[in-house]
Design a protein around this ligand. Structure first.
Ligand SMILES: [Zn+2]
Length: 216
């Protein structure tokens, strides 16, 4: 099972898991079928949530069309009025819900990137994982964190080569234009996409806004 949002890191992790599953056989345990789990907080902005859902639908079709890979998807919606203070608070929700969702023996794949805040707490999260799988009698399940050895720029480049990049979402502050969800072009994620990915696109573009529009 992969924790999958439809964003860059988790889509990369999903591709890697499915590739291993179908080709390399490097996942220690093959119990169960490839699955994704999406954990959605109702505090996430509604437009972003819709953009994420559309990205996952697009990507699911692409995975089938390009690679012939299919997988089941689960979603957990967390309806909470608690104030959310950033990445690490969310990470405990990921681990807890993932342990509930996996079958005993099924490994869990997380996409994580070098330099991510959450990585500084990786040892603690691994401890939480161990305690929770033990409590839930799923201690034969393993935690697999493939993204830990990648930089964001490498992930963007690899997704681009796989022709999956454009189907992902990345914008933290998208808006709706006619019936399309459009990237804002100014948030941290959008800026990184332009600098890492769209060098050739931006050469053709007349303006920064146009480059962003080409990516959306
Ligand atoms: Zn943005």
């Amino acid at each position: 099972m992969v924790l999958w949002s439809g964003g860059l890191d988790s889509t990369w992790a999903l591709h890697r898991m499915l590739d291993c599953w179908h080709n390399a056989g490097t996942i220690e345990s093959k119990q169960g079928k490839p699955e994704t789990l999406t954990i959605t907080s109702t505090q996430v902005h509604n437009i972003q949530r819709k953009m994420e859902i559309r990205a996952r639908v697009r990507l699911k079709k692409l995975f089938k069309k390009k690679f012939g890979w299919e997988f089941k998807s689960k979603e957990v919606v967390i309806d909470s009025n608690n104030h959310y203070h950033g990445g690490l608070a969310q990470a405990t929700l990921w681990i807890t819900n993932a342990v509930m969702a996996i079958n005993a023996g099924q490994p869990l794949v997380l996409g994580w990137v070098k330099g991510d805040d959450a990585l500084t707490a990786l040892d603690k999260l691994t401890e939480v994982w161990k305690i929770l799988v033990d409590l839930n009698n799923k201690d034969n399940s393993t935690l697999w964190i493939p993204g830990a050895h990648k930089y964001k720029e490498e992930i963007i480049e690899e997704l681009r080569n796989l022709e999956l990049l454009e189907a992902c979402w990345w914008c933290e502050n998208p808006f709706k234009q006619r019936r399309k969800y459009v990237a804002c072009g100014t948030c941290h994620s959008c800026q990184r996409m332009v600098s890492a990915h769209a060098v050739d696109l931006t050469r053709k573009a007349e303006s920064y806004e146009e480059a962003i529009a080409m990516l959306s």
